[in-house]
Design a protein around this ligand. Structure first.
Ligand code: DON
Length: 588
C-alpha cells in the first residue's frame, strides 16, 4: 500500500504527460517513441507504449497511472482495472462509474480460464414501459426521457468489481481505492474532452447537483485545466473501501440514490431500496468462436457485443480481402459492411436479457450457421437491409430497431499483468453524464434507455423493458487467443457502433498485423444494417465512391471510438489508446 502511495506521489508530476496526451488528441497514428513521465523511470506512458512486464490502457492518464502503480506494487490485472476504473469515475465522469455498470472479461494465465462477469444495471422491480410512452402510446423521444430518475437502472459496477476481485484480486479491496480517493481530495485538471462534453450537453444544467459541480460560479462550463476537487466522492469511496461493497447497496449511499431517483423533479423514477439491496452481479459463460487461426472470446447476453463480434468475424473469414491496407481497402470495407448487416439483423431479432428471454447464443455463433449466412454475401453487390437468420428454426422475437445509437461516453480498460493474466472491461453510465443525476459526488446511469421501447400494442421484442431485467448492451470487451495463448485484449465505447469498432480493430490487429496504435487509429467503416458509415475527415472519399458502385448507401459521419488495446507479442506488450480520445497506455 505504501508503495502505491509513493508511486502515486511520484506521479503527481503527471500533468505534464497529461497535457501532452490531451493535446495529441486526434493526431495521426503514432510512430513516435512513448512519452515517459518525469522523473525518468522505466515506466512508459503515452498514446502508445511498449512494455515487457505489464501494462494498462485507459481513457485518461491519471487512470492508467493508477492501474500501473497497482501493477508495479504487485497487484493483479483485476486489481489494476479496479484502481483505474475508480479514477476514471473521477476524471472522466461523463463516461462511467459506480453509478453505472460494466462487463469484465478475465483471462487467467495459470490454467487458461476465460471468464465473463456481468455487472449490467437492472430495471427496478416497479418499472414497466408505461412512463416511456406518450399519452398516445408512442415511444417518447430519447431526449425527453434520458435525464432524471426514470432512466436510472440499479447500478452494477461495485458488485461486479467485488465478484471479480473475490476470484482474481491480489491486493486488499480498500487499497485499490486509494489513488481515486487521493485524487478526489487533491484535485485534477479538467480535461479538454470533459470540458467539451459539459459545454455540449443540454441537460446537465437542469439538474441542480450536477450543475453545481460541472459549472463555475459564472454558470459557464468548467474550463480546461481548472483544478477540480470532489470531496463528496472521496467520502463515498472511503465508505465503500472501509465497509465493503455492501455500503453502496444498503445504508446512507443507497438511501440517497433512491431519494435522488424518486425525488427528481425531471422524470421521477420508481427505484426502491429493495432494488439496490437485491442487486446481484453474475458470472456467465463467455461467447468464444473461431476466426481464421484465432479464437475470439467476448461477453454473452445481456450484451449483444460478444455474439455480434463473433458473427462478423465468423462471416468475414469466408472471404479474402486486403487486410494490410492502412486505409480500409474496398474489398475489406464491402465484406465488413455486409457481415455487420447480417450480425445486426440477428442482434435486433434475438438478443435480450437471456435470464428473461430465450437467446440461442451458441446457435448464433455456430460455424455452420455463419457459413450459411456468409452465402448471402455477394462480392459484387451490397445486399441492402439484411434479414435475421434462423439458427434454430424458431424465432424469439420480432425485428425492432434500437431506440438510439452512437454516443460520446462509456470507457474501456485493457490490462495485462506480469503473470500474463488479462482484463478487458467496458464500463458505462450510458450516455454522456448518464441521467445527469448526481449523488454524493458520482453520476447515476441512464441505462434504462437501452431497452427497446415500442408503441403500445406493437409485437413483443426480446429487448422489451421488464422488471429486474437487464437492457441489451453492445459493449464488447474482447480477448483473442492463438494456439491457446493470449494475443489481444481490446474494447471500445461507442454505443451500438462498438461492435463494428471492435470487429474492425481485431481484423487490423490480428489479420492485418498492424501495431496496436495503427490498428486503433484505422479510419472506421461500419454498417448497422442500414447505411454504410465511413468516418468523416479521414480521406475515405475514394472508398465511398467504390462502395457506392457496389450499391452501398454511404454516409460520412463522425465516429468517436475509444479503442484501448494491448497486443501480446511474444515478450512484448504493444498497447495503444484511440487517438480520438484522451487515453494512454502505461507499462513497465
Ligand atoms: O451498453 C451499451 O451498449 C451502451 N449503453 C453503451 C453506450 C456508449 O457506448 C455510449 N458511447 N460512447
Amino acid at each position: 500500500m505504501r508503495l502505491i502511495l509513493e508511486i502515486w506521489e511520484r506521479r503527481q508530476t503527471l500533468p505534464a504527460a497529461f497535457v501532452v496526451a490531451a493535446l495529441v488528441g486526434c493526431a495521426a497514428p503514432t510512430a513516435s517513441p512513448p512519452l515517459t513521465a518525469e522523473p525518468p523511470s522505466p515506466d512508459t506512458l503515452g498514446p502508445s507504449a511498449a512494455a515487457r512486464r505489464h501494462m494498462v490502457v485507459a481513457a485518461n492518464p491519471y487512470a492508467a497511472e493508477a492501474g500501473l502503480s497497482v501493477l508495479n506494487a504487485g497487484g493483479s490485472a483485476l486489481d489494476a482495472a479496479i484502481a483505474a476504473q475508480l479514477v476514471l469515475n473521477l476524471v472522466e465522469p461523463q463516461s462511467s462509474g459506480i453509478g453505472g455498470g460494466a462487463f469484465i472479461m478475465h483471462y487467467r494465465a495459470s490454467d487458461g480460464a476465460v471468464e465473463a462477469y456481468d455487472g449490467r444495471e437492472t430495471a427496478p422491480a416497479a418499472l414497466d414501459a408505461g412512463p416511456f410512452l406518450t399519452s398516445a402510446g408512442k415511444p417518447r423521444a430519447f431526449n425527453d426521457v434520458v435525464a432524471g430518475g426514470l432512466s436510472v437502472g440499479v447500478p452494477g459496477l461495485v458488485r461486479v468489481l467485488e465478484l471479480a476481485h473475490r476470484d482474481h484480486g491480489r491486493m486488499p479491496w480498500a487499497a485499490l481505492f486509494e489513488p481515486a480517493i487521493r485524487l478526489a481530495e487533491t484535485g485534477f485538471p479538467v480535461s479538454p474532452r470533459l470540458h467539451q462534453t459539459i459545454a455540449g450537453d443540454r441537460h446537465l444544467n437542469r439538474l441542480p447537483a450536477a450543475r453545481g459541480y460541472f459549472f463555475g460560479r459564472d454558470r459557464k462550463p468548467l474550463p480546461i485545466g481548472r483544478m477540480l476537487r470532489n470531496p463528496a466522492f472521496a467520502a463515498t469511496l472511503r465508505l465503500i473501501a472501509e465497509q465493503g461493497p455492501g455500503a453502496f447497496y444498503e445504508g446512507p449511499i443507497a438511501r440517497d440514490i433512491v431519494a435522488a431517483v424518486r425525488g427528481s423533479r425531471v422524470n421521477p423514477g420508481v427505484m426502491a431500496a429493495a432494488d439496490l439491496a437485491g442487486y446481484r452481479a453474475v458470472k456467465r459463460e463467455p461467447v468464444c468462436a473461431p476466426y481464421r487461426v484465432w479464437q475470439v472470446c467476448g461477453m454473452p447476453p445481456p450484451s449483444s457485443g460478444g455474439i455480434a463480434v463473433a458473427q462478423v468475424l465468423g462471416i468475414l473469414q469466408h472471404f479474402s480481402y486486403d487486410a494490410r491496407s492502412a486505409v480500409p481497402s474496398p474489398s475489406f470495407a464491402h465484406f465488413l459492411a455486409e457481415a455487420e448487416r447480417l450480425a445486426f439483423a440477428d442482434r435486433a431479432q434475438y438478443v435480450g436479457d437471456s435470464d428473461f428471454v430465450p437467446v440461442p447464443v451458441q446457435a448464433l455463433v455456430e460455424p455452420r450457421y455463419l457459413a450459411e449466412r456468409a452465402r448471402l454475401v455477394s462480392p459484387t453487390r451490397a445486399m441492402g437491409v439484411a434479414k435475421a437468420g434462423d439458427p434454430l428454426g424458431a424465432k424469439a422475437s420480432t425485428f425492432a430497431p434500437d431506440l438510439h445509437e452512437g454516443g460520446v461516453s462509456t470507457t474501456h480498460i485493457s490490462v495485462v499483468d506480469g503473470d500474463g493474466n488479462a482484463v478487458s472491461m467496458t464500463s458505462t453510465i450510458e450516455s454522456a453524464f448518464g441521467s445527469r443525476l448526481m449523488v454524493r459526488g458520482f453520476l447515476l446511469n441512464n441505462q434504462m434507455t437501452d431497452f427497446t421501447i415500442q408503441a403500445r400494442g406493437a409485437p413483443a421484442v426480446a429487448n422489451a423493458v421488464g422488471p429486474r431485467k437487464r437492457p441489451r448492451s453492445s459493449m464488447a470487451p474482447t480477448l483473442a487467443f492463438r494456439d491457446g495463448k493470449l494475443v489481444l485484449v481490446i474494447g471500445s465505447p461507442g454505443g451500438s457502433r462498438i461492435i463494428g469498432y471492435v470487429a474492425q480493430a481485431v481484423v487490423a490487429s490480428l489479420e492485418g498485423d498492424f501495431a496496436m496504435a495503427s490498428a486503433v487509429a484505422q479510419p472506421h467503416v461500419l454498417n448497422r444494417n442500414g447505411r454504410t458509415e465511413l468516418e468523416e475527415g479521414t480521406g475515405l472519399d475514394g472508398l465511398a465512391h467504390a462502395l457506392r458502385e457496389l450499391g452501398h448507401e454511404v454516409e460520412m459521419t463522425e465516429m468517436t471510438s475509444g479503442l484501448h488495446g494491448i497486443r501480446v507479442r511474444d515478450v512484448v506488450l504493444d498497447g495503444a489508446a484511440d487517438p480520438r480520445r484522451e487515453g494512454v497506455a502505461a507499462g513497465n
